[in-house]
Design a protein around this ligand. Structure first.
Ligand SMILES: Nc1ncnc2c1ncn2[C@@H]1O[C@H](COP(=O)(O)OP(=O)(O)OP(=O)(O)O)[C@@H](O)[C@H]1O
Ligand SMILES: [Mg+2]
Length: 300
């Protein structure tokens, strides 16, 4: 069985990408799947959320983070083995008495520097930009794609903007979820994002345009805010237009204090139950979203 790769992205920051990754990782794991979260953001929000700051500090000190792996593998040309950097069974959230099967490939604060070093190191070796992109693409296929054999779902929490690793993950994923607050500024960049990835083939010929259109997920929806209603209408029109540049999930994530709190669970000392963490959101939001995501990934 081949696991699915899902990237959660948006050029815009603070739109609920990490919240979506955490919520979906927990939901998929609670449905019995094995899930790996790959943190591609130097802010390390998903890593902090799952590991808590103490364990994450240990992982960073021990060099068990994505930035260290990339540095070893590309800059030092070492034989770093990706699964060695994955922290298994990271979740302290339980379901039916068992911790959720979520593993984490954490990010560290040096990820941004390492991505820049990769460019320096490869240009020193006379790689063109084209060749650098090819190199990262190849590395992704050699090291990340085989994670499909180990997990049912690999979720990439992308950094805002487009970093080299983010672009490769977006292009290689089976589904790209674009988390979007339904306001003017948050949806403004959607076309640009589409043009950048779907509208232009990647540098090297092998670097593909993603197979599916990006799927917009409305986040932090406030029904009583007029601008949200207006933007929702234009998103619906955009998704049903003749040549759409995105699809739209029918499920909407509401503005919810419970969801914001779900990200800070590690700072409590007790184990949290999945149902206590998400309570009301499970029936109306999380379960239907998971069904939609699974339909896209496993449907015809
Ligand atoms: N549905 C929601 N209801 C209430 N608060 C939310 C919701 N979704 C996200 N938030 C809050 O909004 C803030 C930004 O969310 P999040 O970190 O998920 O965004 P992001 O897109 O990952 O940000 P970044 O671009 O910095 O990585 C956080 O404080 C989070 O708790
Ligand atoms: Mg984030």
């Amino acid at each position: 069985m081949s696991g699915k790769l899902v990237a959660v992205a948006n050029m815009k920051g603070g739109v609920g990408k990490t919240t979506t990754v955490v919520m979906l990782a927990d939901a998929l794991a609670a449905s019995g799947a094995s899930v790996l979260v790959v943190d591609l953001d130097p802010q390390a929000s998903a890593s902090i959320c799952f590991a808590g700051d103490e364990i994450l500090a240990d992982l960073i000190r021990e060099g068990r983070t994505l930035d260290h792996y990339l540095g070893l593998r590309i800059v030092d040309r070492d034989r770093a083995v990706l699964p060695d950097f994955v922290r298994a069974a990271i979740s302290t959230t339980t379901h039916l008495g068992e911790p959720l099967a979520v593993s984490l490939l954490p990010s560290g604060p040096d990820l941004r520097i390492v991505e820049r070093e990769i460019i320096y190191a490869l240009t020193t070796r006379k790689f063109s930009m084209h060749a650098i992109e090819s190199h990262l693409w190849k590395l992704f296929h050699e090291d990340f794609a085989p994670l499909r054999d180990r997990y049912d779902y690999v979720l990439f929490d992308c950094a805002p903007g487009i970093s080299p690793m983010t672009e490769v993950a977006i292009r290689a994923s089976d589904l790209v979820i674009v988390a979007c607050i339904p306001d003017f500024l948050s949806t403004y960049g959607l076309k640009g994002f589409y043009r950048m990835i779907w509208g232009t083939p990647g540098g090297p010929e092998s670097m593909l345009t993603p197979r599916r259109l990006p799927h917009v997920l409305v986040t932090r929806l406030q029904q009583n805010v007029k601008q949200h209603q207006t933007t929702l209408r234009s998103l619906t029109e955009g998704a049903t237009a003749e040549n759409p540049v995105f699809r739209l999930f029918a499920t909407r994530v509401p503005q919810s204090a419970a969801l914001a709190n779900a990200l800070t669970r590690q700072y409590t000392t007790y184990r949290n139950k999945y149902h206590d963490t998400y309570h009301d959101l499970i029936g109306g939001t999380i379960a239907p979203l998971m069904t939609e995501v699974k339909e896209v990934l496993h449907g015809a």
